[in-house]
Design a protein around this ligand. Structure first.
Ligand code: MLT
Length: 407
């Protein structure tokens, strides 16, 4: 008799955004005349930058001719894209990252979810709360946690992000092995200073641990003092893996392209206590389970690094940050404390009420979809996340509706 992976039974019945989509679909079916505005999942609305479109067209034409046609590409990505990333995202910021330490992929969600499989099952986890659900769920699936009791999995060190610590968690008092960090943060929009990241790097060094640093939202940082990459911190090459995505930087949520940086100096240990190269392990996994991102998509991604591409993507992130400012201003007027939205596309609102109840209230009274904080973890209770990813007209309409619903 075929048996299931029992670890799956520890998970919540469905993925957070699937759950929300189901509720919204039911609402729309019951209220077909009430148009819903979605500020829940962080999905972009604006078209791809013109440089990306031009590169996509040109690369598609190459695929139409035998002389320029491409079959399988390198699993790790084409050199033209890896080199552009190394030069623009790292060398330009003084980070020593080589092109062959960059693995191009079809998304940070997949990479953040898959990376855990190269580490042992008794790896001790440090996971923020609230958190992007992929980090915890994929470890539950792998069997690295116990059961979920009162909204928390046993065997995990939770890193609480609360109003009291400005939503930047403190270093845990206990030793852990694999630390998930995300800055600018999803869902809170909080950012970490250089000193805060340096403390994490020191903690990881002391414990021979590894930091998984998700910086999918770095393009939204406007404060020049805030680091864009963990590798801006001295010594981070030896203790950190970084995930980056073109999804929110350049509108690639439907186009799919991202990358993960695994420095060659990063080591983990085998059962005999011998050092092993994490880069070699990830390369082994990647080449076995992945066949690379489509050539035209990688060409479109590389176009982002041209001077026009840089201008166009900056305009795109500026546009969403403009939405974020409107959302922050509207929440201030309503007397609802919030963080995020200044260096991140998410606004984290302290509603002081049950977060699913607040979600239902906004859906029923304003036909606006937000994300209930409790869906991101226990510390998310009392909060909701509003995403700045939408058209200006929709954001303005949503804010007017929220204001009248909460009157
Ligand atoms: C979110 O809404 O948190 C993001 O869209 C999730 C993702 O990037 O997968």
């Amino acid at each position: 008799m075929i048996r299931i992976n029992e670890n799956y039974t520890k998970l919540k019945a469905s993925y957070l955004f699937t759950d929300i989509a189901r509720r919204v679909t039911a609402f729309v079916a019951a209220n077909p005349t009430k148009p819903v505005i979605r500020l829940g999942i962080g999905d972009v609305t604006e078209p791809l930058p013109p440089v990306c479109i031009a590169a996509l067209h040109a690369a598609t034409d190459e695929m139409a001719k035998r002389e320029t046609f491409k079959g399988y590409g390198p699993e790790q990505g084409y050199a033209f894209l890896r080199e552009a990333v190394a030069a623009h995202d790292y060398a330009a910021r003084g980070c020593a990252i080589e092109a062959d330490e960059i693995f191009i992929s079809d998304g940070s969600k997949c990479d953040c979810g898959n990376i855990q499989e190269i580490f042992s099952l008794d790896t001790r986890l440090a996971i923020p709360d609230p958190v992007y659900p992929v980090y915890i769920d994929t470890n539950v699936m792998a069997g690295r946690t116990g059961a979920n009791v009162d909204g928390r999995y046993s065997g995990v060190t939770y890193l609480d992000s609360t109003p009291a610590n400005g939503y930047v968690p403190a270093i845990p008092a206990v030793a852990t092995d694999l630390i998930y960090l995300c800055f600018p943060n999803n869902p809170t929009g909080a950012v970490a200073t250089k000193a805060q990241l340096a403390a994490w790097v020191a903690y990881a060094k002391k414990n021979q641990a590894i930091i998984l640093f998700d910086s999918a939202y770095e393009a939204y940082i406007r404060d020049p003092a805030i680091p864009h990459s963990i590798y801006e911190i001295e010594g981070a090459r030896d203790v950190a893996i970084e995930f980056r995505s073109f999804s929110k930087t350049a509108g690639f949520t439907g186009t799919r392209c991202a990358y993960t940086v695994v420095p060659k100096s990063l080591k983990a240990f085998d059962a005999a206590g011998k050092e092993q190269s994490v880069h070699a392990l990830w390369n082994r996994r990647h080449t076995t389970k992945f066949n690379g991102v489509a050539y035209p998509i990688q060409k479109a991604a590389a176009a982002i690094f041209t001077p026009e591409g840089q201008q166009q993507t900056r305009a795109l992130t500026d546009f969403y940050l403009g939405n974020a400012q409107l959302i922050r201003d509207a929440m201030a007027k309503l007397g609802l404390p919030c963080v995020g939205g200044d260096n991140a596309p998410y606004i984290w609102i302290n509603t002081g009420r049950d977060s699913w109840e607040f979600f239902d209230l906004l859906l029923n009274k304003a036909q606006v979809v937000c994300t209930p904080g409790a869906g991101f973890g226990k510390c998310g209770e009392g909060h909701v996340r509003i995403s700045a990813f939408n058209t200006r007209a929709n954001v303005e309409a949503a804010l007017a509706r929220i204001a009248s619903a909460l009157k």
